[in-house]
Ligand binder design. Sequence first.
Ligand code: TXA
Ligand code: MG
Length: 327
Amino acid sequence: MTVNTIVTPDIEVAVAALARGRLVAFPTETVYGLGADAADGAAVAAVFAAKGRPPGHPLIVHLASADDVAEWARLDGDLAVHVKLLAEAFWPGPLTVVLPRTAKAADETVGGRPTIGLRVPDHPVALELLRRFGGGVAAPSANRFGRVSPTTAAHVVDDLGGLVDVVLDGGATTVGIESTIVEVLGDEPILLRPGAVTKADLERALGVEVLDGSGGEARAPGMLRSHYAPDAAVELVEPDQLASEISVIPSAEVDRIGIVAPVVVDHQPSWHLPSDADGYGRELYRALREADRLGVERLLVVPPTEGRLLAAVVDRLTKAAARPERP
Ligand code: TXA
Ligand code: MG
């Protein structure tokens, strides 16, 4: 179905669309989300259709406040304590917590699972949208299935123009990499996806060890490696190998080979990203999208070396480089 996509900074337009069961792409501090009323199964089904995402992949439910968690998740035993500690330390912020669910979310939202991923985003526009809407907003990243996450409203329009009712424009996102996902079902929290909240941050807040489950596709369905890959084939390169890699690029192939690196290189097309992982992460997806737009076929990527977002950036780059066939 094709719709007339409205791009606007007007939160009221977005609230009205959500209330009518329509799709609203909105900014968060991580990436833009493709939102629908999390309690409305038909609206959530439209999210899957617009993205081209197979059903059964659970969506993250965005809330205005940690006070709303008890409506969506069952906080038996120690879970209430764990959630309180996480919320105090990291919300609003780039952390999604997977918990046992209540019946509040539509089955479509959680892909028929007994659990639900919840997050209070740290973005003034997202928070205002959620407050005025007054419910939970189910939202995966606002890209077509198999493309990198959007960090600007223009990226969303490129992917989903004509498929989403409203794109709420709140400028470029500040983190640029998807949220950390931690599963908290029992005594041993499991990190499902690294992000700006690190494993060490989680352990400090909870006072217990957090297991690393970020390699497990079964636990966090929808985290296929190809989710984080551009069309170009990504190859990770060590910093000290870059010059020799560039020197062997045949002149006939210069335009088809791109370089993303935290240093200035003597090659075009190239993207010089900041050397610290936070700045690098903020700009990475824009660079990958530009490379695709230029028709780059091979992308040589030198990762950053330090910073809070290092594990998250290396995780996404490693997945992009290990990409299997596209879906
Ligand atoms: O930063 C973010 O997390 C962004 C913004 C919009 O909040 N959202 C995002 O969603 O990146 P995305 O496209 O990665 O999809 C949500 C992911 C799924 O791939 C799934 O692995 C995980 O969240 N997830 C959601 N609910 C889950 C659950 N109940 N159990 C396990 N994993 C879950
Ligand atoms: Mg995604």
